[in-house]
Ligand binder design. Structure first.
Ligand code: OFO
Length: 171
């Protein structure tokens, strides 16, 4: 059994993961609106990954004999100045999520909750990857600058993620 404090903290994290899904879906819609279908499909794959993060927490709470609860999901930001501005928001958001996961891990240490510590290690590793990816894309967008041909090529490269993940999901 988890302590009440732990259950509340996990449920709060489930909400943040669902919010992340919402956030990235809104970014996908923004990318479609500025004719960047590759970035849109990358963002949709990212949203699906957040959905999987939420479900993994959901299942973990159930497995620990506790009950997932559902708070309202905040409305995401919908407009950005550019795709670079959007990715700067991605990085800030992932840093916020990393902090939240780290706090959850700290709580698991304080509560002597060993199973939660083990589960959270997966998320801690995942957050390192999430922040690294966002930083790399920001760097590529800075190199692109206002060169539309380069942005067109980067958009095509970004489309690869959606295609590769759809193919492996179908296997
Ligand atoms: Fe769930 O990793 Fe991003 O937010």
């Amino acid at each position: 059994m988890m302590t009440e404090k732990m259950v509340a903290a996990f449920n709060d994290q489930i909400n943040k993961e669902f919010f992340s899904e919402y956030y990235y879906m809104a970014m996908s819609a923004y990318c479609e609106s500025i004719d960047l279908p590759g970035f849109a499909s990358w963002m949709m794959a990212q949203a699906q990954e957040e959905h999987a993060h939420a479900l993994r927490f959901y299942q973990f709470v159930l497995d620990r004999d506790a009950r997932p609860t559902f708070a309202a999901i905040d409305a995401p930001k919908e407009e950005y100045d550019s795709v670079l501005d959007m990715f700067e928001h991605v990085l800030k958001h992932e840093q916020f999520v990393s902090k939240s996961i780290n706090e959850l891990y700290k709580l698991a240490l304080e509560e002597d909750d060993y199973p939660s510590q083990i589960e959270l290690q997966w998320y801690i590793t995942e957050q390192v990857e999430e922040e690294k990816t966002a930083k790399e894309i920001i760097q590529q967008l800075r190199w692109v600058g206002d060169k539309s041909t380069a942005l067109f090529m980067l958009d095509q490269k970004m489309a690869g993620r959606g295609t590769a993940e759809a193919a492996s999901a179908a296997e």
